[in-house]
Design a protein around this ligand. Structure first.
Ligand code: IMP
Ligand code: MG
Length: 171
């Protein structure tokens, strides 16, 4: 890990997250929602997004096996922690940091749909479209980014850099 270059500044992120929150507020007017965050990468995004949503919202968290200390996806997803509550009949927004190959979100979508929610939507802060191998799309996307490995604003490289306020490219 040599160099960090800012790709998205904290100001850019804050503006975009506020817009996503506004959009969700409008789309779900009159409804209550459950924000289901994917640990640990989406924790900061969820906490900012939640505060820009003006609806009754509850939180839950789910955890899946990650890439470990590698930058490459092993192609395998394993559930490490399920949600704590029943999602039956609820409006779920699955909140994820990055939509990359799509393996994680297509797996999680399957798991959550099996819980019979009323609706299921996906909010991904970042979308690396060129790397997609699975047919999965996010309903709310913060930014489309090129195929580069990023850290900060919750995202890590070997568990480091999650607390950087900006999203940076690892050189
Ligand atoms: P997917 O299953 O390939 O879509 O990968 C999604 C997961 O991989 C995300 O939840 C991230 O945890 C991780 N990931 C993918 N790209 C990056 C990156 O550039 N930086 C940090 N984590 C990443
Ligand atoms: Mg993740």
């Amino acid at each position: 890990m040599s160099e960090l270059k800012v790709l998205l500044s904290r100001e850019q992120i804050a503006r975009r997250v506020a817009q996503l929150g506004e959009k969700i507020t409008i789309d779900f007017a009159g409804e209550t929602i459950v924000l289901v965050g994917v640990l640990k990468g989406a924790a900061i995004f969820l906490s900012d997004l939640a505060r820009s949503i003006r609806l009754d919202a509850t939180f839950d968290f789910i955890s899946v096996s990650s890439y470990g200390n590698k930058k490459l996806n092993s192609g395998e997803v394993k559930l490490l922690k399920d949600v704590d509550q029943s999602l039956e009949g609820k409006n779920i927004i699955l909140v994820e940091d990055i939509l990359d190959t799509g393996l994680t979100l297509s797996y999680l979508r399957r798991i959550l749909l099996a819980k019979h929610p009323k609706t299921l939507h996906i909010a991904a802060l970042l979308d690396k479209t060129p790397r997609r191998t699975e047919a999965v799309k996010a309903d709310y996307v913060g930014f489309e980014i090129p195929d580069e490995f990023v850290v900060g604003y919750g995202m890590d490289y070997a568990e480091q850099y999650r607390n950087l306020p900006d999203i940076c490219v690892v050189g």
